[in-house]
Design a protein around this ligand. Structure first.
Ligand code: DGJ
Length: 748
């Protein structure tokens, strides 16, 4: 609900979980007054102190009020050039070359529902589920209007924000920055949590003190990136997974972003989130507008798990779309780590046949099916089947795969072009490029210029043609290099700085057209694994290949970090061969399977080479996963033990109707003097009895595969309070890389 107190000039945005308060000071300045636990009413008990701060200037109209300075007041959307020296939320160069502007409150409207954002992915809601506030600000001198949009959802501790600017003046201006949000916290008693990484090592958790000065996480790679995720949390120092105040920021955008914090002289903290100003500028001609991406802000009083559960539910209910939004995802087998580029129809058919025997549901044909692509040197852009590898074409292959009772999926990398391709020979001007400089390569490929309409149309046509030509049920949409020499052959000199964002708008348009045309196809996004695992891509494609690293032990960290923001149903997770192709590690089959069950479960190895014992284990794991799938994919996910704090990981899933609970525990290395591990479960009904319906003790590398063994605990019943407060003991086993699973059934 959104209230406006006319007399106090205060907006109170609230639901049962949080309150967010904005004040209009002096009829024109927007001040941030509160964000946190829900308040019944905001009466300003924490009134702003009036202190004369030296070197903090007064706006011209308040020359004699030395306690009034924009430098000191908590701003709701920070300005530039009028005495607030902290980081600005926007920067605009006017026609006369100056960069000082001043947006003051003009009006507002409060309405039901949530409008879409032009050209951008964004959360959605019905009129019953959400209320929005749009605040209009204006710079009368510059002839510019700024609209800040806020939406409160009735059942979620989420506030979404974005900003839009319109040029109503008679001359062009140049937008250098337009943040999706900025706000000021009254203190800096926080720690920061961000997700850093690299290829094959995405979304590692970093928790550090919040330092004085400016700290930034950002991407300028043309993708949200493996290196930093568009996510930041500020948490009270005592906060952990279960308790404490947590403020989360996630951006619904897949390109260059920045998330900045500034702790300033008086100890307050500014947060500013949006498109990365580095490498961005946008010419706004008279009458034109610019829309920022959307930021999703979560307040949790229940620690990091509370924040993650809010993000998970919100993204599942208000961001994912289409047939697969709430549908169970198929168990797939992908041929990439099985064959790489070296396959033919016979091999794929053999994999499909084995996959069907083992109980898998979808065969994905990865890179190498088109052009003459026998390695990564050529053919991107030429989306025409390679008759040498697949003489009967994709249609026949798809039909064969279907005849085995499997769905058929296909890999594409539509945003790229190989120099050795028909497409590049015909259209060298379609690659991103800057005159006078040779274009850098990444994986021997160039990036197509999706800021161009003709390029976008080509991609849509090429992909649609293939999808219409064969029985395809699933698409993996890959993107395997970052952008360099970012310039467009079509844009005017003044608009070159728009290329990277126009690329994203082009990509979003392409994705919208293709996914809407094929509503029955399951789309999975990918960028060398999880290099573009962000809320923007999830709006179009409801799952993402989490990482090219398929090692189960590395995956525990990657999936744990990813789960801070994204639900398991969005994370592709596959069992691969040992020794693992990325790190060479040997891990038991059960551990590989249990780790992959933490996401959308699948296989990525040559299943034709499995021994009989391995096949038995795989069949068993698939059967088990199918049985538990509703809980694992649609249930509530909770982290219990962090792999970042030592060699142990535990997490649990609770069925949406709370009838079933599945708990996983993983241990990396055996210890000579091991501690006793007790898992304190969470989110149970404390008065209900839970029966240990199934228990899977660890499989050692040297053991037979598969081993569910009867244990003393199977069949026993415990009350929820005991399982949560006293805990469930983990039987000690001396072995490396082991895993356990308990399935608990709530007794009625
Ligand atoms: C990178 C992806 O992450 C892999 O899974 C695979 O599809 C390769 N690209 C294929 O080139």
């Amino acid at each position: 609900m959104i209230q406006f107190d006319e007399q106090k000039q205060i907006f109170h945005l609230k639901n049962n979980s949080f309150s967010y308060v904005i004040e209009i000071a002096r009829g024109k300045y927007l001040l941030h007054r509160y964000w946190g636990k829900a308040l019944r009413e905001y009466r300003d008990a924490a009134a702003l102190p009036a202190i004369d701060r030296a070197f903090s200037p007064q706006p011209a109209a308040y020359e004699n009020e030395r306690t009034f300075s924009l430098d000191v007041l908590p701003q709701e959307y920070s300005g530039y050039g009028h005495g607030d020296f902290r980081i600005p939320a926007y920067k605009i160069a006017l026609a006369d070359g100056t960069e000082v502007t001043e947006f003051l409150y003009r009006s507002h409207r409060i309405f039901k529902g949530k409008p879409p954002l032009k050209g951008l992915p964004a959360s959605y809601a019905s009129g019953q589920e959400a209320m929005s506030l749009e605040i209009e600000l204006a710079d009368a001198h510059a002839g510019l209007k700024l609209y800040l949009l806020y939406t409160v959802f009735e059942k979620s501790a989420v506030l979404v924000r974005s900003a839009r600017i319109i040029n109503e003046s008679g001359s062009a201006v140049c937008l250098r920055q337009l943040a999706s949000l900025s706000l000021d916290f009254g203190s800096h008693e926080f720690e920061r949590i961000s997700l850093y990484g690299g290829h094959a090592s995405e979304r590692m958790i970093e928790r550090s003190p919040l330092h004085r000065g400016i700290e930034i996480i950002a991407s300028s790679r043309g993708a949200s990136s493996h290196q930093h995720s568009p996510f930041l949390a500020l948490v009270e120092p005592a906060a952990n997974e279960a308790v404490g105040d947590v403020y989360g920021f996630s951006l619904v955008y897949s390109g260059n972003f920045s998330m900045e914090t500034e702790v300033e002289q008086f100890g307050t903290t500014r947060v500013c989130v949006g498109i990365n100003p580095q490498g961005f500028s946008w010419l706004l001609e008279p009458g034109e507008d610019f829309q920022s991406p959307e930021a999703v802000m979560v307040y949790s009083a229940e620690g990091l798990n509370g924040m993650s559960q809010t993000y998970h539910a919100f993204y599942r209910e208000h961001l994912l779309r289409g047939k697969y939004q709430n549908a169970l995802r198929p168990i797939l087998v992908n041929n990439w780590e099985a064959t790489y580029f070296d396959f033919d129809e016979e091999k794929i058919d053999a994999i499909a046949k084995t996959a069907a025997e083992l109980g898998m549901e979808l065969l994905v044909l990865d890179d190498g099916w088109f052009g003459k692509r026998n390695d990564d040197n050529s053919s991107l852009g030429d989306w025409i089947v390679d008759q040498k590898k697949l003489p009967q074409g994709l249609t026949a292959l798809g039909e064969k795969v279907h005849a085995h009772g499997l769905q058929f999926g296909l890999w594409f990398e539509p945003e790229m072009v190989s120099v050795d391709s028909e497409l590049y020979r015909k259209h060298p001007e379609w690659a991103l490029q800057v005159p006078g400089y040779k274009t850098s390569f990444g994986r021997h490929q160039l990036v197509l210029d999706l800021s161009r309409q003709d390029v976008c149309d080509y991609i849509v046509d090429a992909v649609v043609k293939v999808l219409e030509s064969a029985p395809i049920d699933y698409v993996k949409w890959d993107m395997n290099r970052h952008m360099t020499e970012v310039g467009s052959t079509l844009l005017s000199a003044k608009r070159q700085g728009e290329t990277a964002h126009r690329y994203m708008l082009g990509l979003y348009d392409v994705l919208e057209r293709i996914t809407q045309k094929f509503p029955d196809i399951l789309f999975e996004s990918c960028s060398g694994g999880g290099g573009r695992f962000d809320a923007g891509m999830l709006y179009y494609m409801p799952q993402t290949w989490t990482s090219d690293n398929t090692d189960a032990i590395c995956r525990l960290k990657i999936q744990y970090g990813t789960s801070l923001v994204f639900p398991p149903i969005t994370m592709g997770a596959h069992v691969s061969v040992t020794p693992n192709h990325q790190v060479g590690r040997l891990t038991p089959m059960q551990t590989r399977a249990f780790a992959a069950m933490g996401g959308d479960f699948g296989y990525e190895l040559d299943i034709c080479q499995l021994t009989d014992a391995e096949k038995t284990a795989v069949k068993k794991h698939i059967k088990l996963y199918k049985r538990l799938r509703p809980t694992l994919q649609l249930g509530t996910f909770r982290r219990l033990l962090s792999p970042f704090n030592g060699g142990e990981t535990a997490w649990m899933f609770t069925h949406p109707d709370k009838s079933q609970v599945v708990v996983f525990y993983f241990k990396e290395l055996a210890q000579p003097a091991p501690s006793v591990r007790v898992l304190k479960l969470a989110g149970l009904d404390k008065d209900a009895r839970y029966k240990v319906a199934e228990y899977y003790e660890p499989e050692r590398l040297s053991h037979d595969f598969g081993g569910e063994k009867a244990s003393g605990i199977t069949g026993l019943e415990f009350y929820g309070d005991e399982l949560m407060f006293s805990g469930l003991a983990v039987e000690h086993v001396d072995a490396d890389f082991i895993s356990y699973m308990w399935v608990l059934e709530k007794q009625i």
